[in-house]
Structures are given as structure tokens and as C-alpha cells.
Design a protein around this ligand. Structure first.
Ligand SMILES: [Fe+2]
Length: 253
């Protein structure tokens, strides 16, 4: 594996699977997974808001939708998720810690992926918290020379959206202060906003993946509609690392 120079990550985000939508959201997930198969993704990472309403019946529908992935598949929580239900629905996902935060690192690929859980149960915004910042710092320090992606749910930078800056990662400065110490972090990836955008955290570019279910419009100026659902194309993000260089592609559904 050490000599492998190509690595492809399928990032699928904000699937918001429901039990009462006639399978619409679940079909979008299956479509994204089929595309990921076509592109021979090495790893599939779901960056949160797996279910829409934190309900067991929704996680059952979601589990069926992801039952046949073409590559190792990893789950992260978003603000619409419940840690206990993720654990109980997916007992075979043994990379998930048994207690506390659902933070972990994917180690067995040419690119390391460090996934940090920064959700706040019952709240829409995200918070890294000091213990998680220390976990992230410690985890990144363990492999200082390996190209690394850090994944989280909430964008860690101000997107300049009137709503999403209120419900983003409240302590993005703390997150950036950790990233700044670890130059091997080449990308930060997240979701939550249901629209593609790009930002920065310390030296690392941040890429916000779209939702597979729906796209929100941008409220950048006072008076513009807050988080209107649009008819823009939902999708997912394909991150390709080859010969030491990253490129990230929006994949429409
Ligand atoms: Fe979210």
C-alpha cells in the first residue's frame, strides 16, 4: 500500500434519509454509491446528517441504502444524527468508538483521513470542544508525514451566509489553530450547508460537499431568503489524490 500513488475518496454528505418520503432520499444515496463504484472509489465517507429526524426507522432505511458499498464505507454524525442510534444500527462498524464522540482515523490507505465528531446533541450548530481539539491534535501528531484529510460535519470557516454562519462550527478558530500545527493536512472536508463552497482553515483548503437530497440557496445579503430550497442539482464530492496532488470534483445526481 505504501507505494500506491493514487487514492480516491467518495464523500457523500447530508443524505437526510427519511422513512416517509417513498424512498426518494434513499434512492439518491444508492445513485451516489453506484457512481462511486463507477469511479472505483477506494473509500466512501458519509459526512453526517445521515438520517433526517434521528429516528430508528430512518436509520433502518439508510442501512438498507448503504448495504452494498463497492469500497470500505465510514459514517460520521451530523447535527441531525443520534450517536447511540448510529452505534446500535451499525454494530459491524467497529471503527466507531464504543463511547463518547464518534471520532476516528482511517489508517490503511495512502492518504490518512481523520474524522472528528463535533456535533452538539440537540443543537444545530457545531462545537469542537477542548477535549476533541486535543484528540485531533494528538491524532494528527501521530502521523506527521502522511498526506491527510480532516473531515468534520460543520464548515469550520465563515461562509458569509446569514443563516449558516449562525449554525456553523462556533469555534472554527480553535479548529484552525490545531490544523495550523499539522502541515500534512492537505484538505479539510465537510458538509452541512447543502451547497458547494470553498474556504480556508489555517493553511488547508476547506471543501464543503453538497447534499445528495436538496440544495439550499445562498443568503449572502440582508433580505435574501434564508436557506430556501432550490432546484439546483444535488450531488456528492469525489476527491482524487494522484502523484501527491489533490483535485476535488462535484458529481451531480
Ligand atoms: Fe447538518
Amino acid at each position: 500500500m505504501g507505494s500506491k500513488t493514487r487514492f480516491t475518496l467518495a464523500q457523500i454528505s447530508d443524505t437526510h434519509v427519511r422513512a416517509d418520503d417513498g424512498g426518494v432520499a434513499a434512492r439518491q444515496v444508492k445513485k451516489a454509491l453506484a457512481q462511486a463504484r463507477d469511479y472505483q472509489a477506494d473509500v466512501i465517507l458519509l459526512t453526517g446528517d445521515l438520517a433526517n429526524d434521528e429516528r430508528a426507522d430512518e436509520y433502518a432505511v439508510f442501512a438498507e441504502a448503504i448495504a452494498d458499498p463497492s469500497a470500505p464505507l465510514y459514517l460520521m454524525p451530523g447535527n441531525h444524527d443520534d450517536r447511540a442510534l448510529i452505534r446500535s444500527t451499525f454494530p459491524t462498524h467497529t471503527y466507531l468508538p464504543r463511547d463518547g464522540f464518534l471520532s476516528y482515523a482511517i489508517e490503511d490507505q495512502p492518504v490518512r483521513i481523520v474524522c472528528v465528531d463535533q456535533i452538539v446533541p440537540g443543537e444545530t450548530h457545531g462545537l469542537l470542544t477542548k477535549p476533541q481539539a486535543e484528540w485531533l491534535d494528538r491524532t494528527l501528531a501521530a502521523e506527521p508525514n502522511k498526506p491527510t484529510i480532516v473531515a468534520l460535519h460543520h464548515p469550520p470557516f465563515p461562509t458569509h451566509d446569514l443563516l449558516f454562519d449562525k449554525i456553523g462550527l462556533w469555534d472554527g478558530d480553535l479548529f484552525a489553530s490545531v490544523i495550523a500545527e499539522h502541515k500534512q493536512v492537505q484538505r479539510v472536508i465537510c458538509g452541512h450547508h447543502h451547497r458547494v463552497s470553498f474556504g480556508q482553515s489555517a493553511h488547508a483548503p476547506v471543501i464543503v460537499a453538497p447534499s445528495t437530497s436538496w440544495v439550499y440557496g445562498l443568503a449572502a445579503l440582508e433580505g435574501q431568503p434564508i436557506a430556501p430550497k432550490t432546484d439546483e442539482q444535488p450531488g456528492w464530492m469525489l476527491h482524487i489524490w494522484n502523484q501527491g496532488q489533490f483535485a476535488s470534483h462535484f458529481m451531480g445526481l
